[in-house]
Write a protein that binds this ligand. Structure first.
Ligand SMILES: N[C@@H](CCC(=O)N[C@@H](CSC(=S)NCCc1ccccc1)C(=O)NCC(=O)O)C(=O)O
Length: 208
């Protein structure tokens, strides 16, 4: 097993994208699964820089912050654009996905029962931004002509939304094709079909 270890709760959550990226890059990694009662004791929490998970280890390097982990893997696995300008655009896209993810997480954890229908109705206002980027770039990726960590981040979030609303991409052909093409990449397909992936709930509160 490679130098990589993920320490997280038994959920997809903020590790969905980085697991898909590691799988697509042919990497192996170790999973340390933390259960809530253990976490609530506070011992592990007190060792986390921001008091939160995921924690990612790459040999002696210890990282927190899911987007910093994605960027680190982007640098290590040539998935950060072809030059400085593309890297800046990849950062911009990843930040845009983070904004979208924060809205999803807020709805799931704080407003699911009262806000789910409104969130789904309002989805096109978020999806149309990424549809326009993919339609304009024409390569099937958010930036340049190869996958970057921003693509894995968007792909994971779109998979979550297809569970929330199976028809949410029906009027977004570029997004629909993006999900189909990413899902068909052999290493991603194998990972999405794996028990390790399928057994994890998407979120920590059982809502999806
Ligand atoms: N900016 C950070 C955010 C990390 C984060 O929110 N971690 C959560 C878990 S990931 C997530 S989506 N949290 C939403 C609710 C949740 C709480 C606990 C477990 C699972 C989900 C966490 O560690 N909560 C426990 C605590 O703060 O004591 C990142 O991007 O990694």
């Amino acid at each position: 097993v490679g130098p990589y270890t993920i320490t997280y709760f038994a959920v997809r959550g903020r590790c969905g994208a980085l697991r898909i990226m590691l799988a697509d890059q042919g990497q192996e990694w170790k999973e340390v699964v933390v259960d809530f009662p253990e976490w609530m004791k506070g011992t592990l929490k007190s060792t986390c820089v921001f008091g939160q998970l995921p924690k990612f280890q790459d040999g002696d390097l210890v990282l927190f912050q899911s987007n910093a982990i994605l960027r680190h893997l982007g640098r290590k696995h040539d998935a950060y654009g072809k030059d400085g300008d593309e890297a800046a655009l990849v950062d911009m896209m990843c930040d845009g996905v983070e904004d979208f993810r924060l809205k999803y997480v807020k709805m799931i954890y704080q407003e699911y029962d009262t806000g789910k229908d409104t969130y789904i109705k309002d989805l096109p206002n978020h999806l149309d931004k990424f549809e326009a980027v993919l339609a304009k770039n024409k390569t099937g990726f958010l930036v340049g002509n190869k996958s970057s960590f921003a693509d894995y981040n968007l792909f994971d979030l779109l998979l979550n939304h297809l569970v929330l609303s199976s028809t949410c991409l029906d009027s977004f052909p570029s997004l629909k094709s993006f999900v189909e093409k990413m899902s068909a990449r052999p290493k991603i397909k194998a990972f999405l079909d794996s028990e390790a992936y399928k057994k994890l709930p998407i979120n920590g509160n059982g809502k999806q």
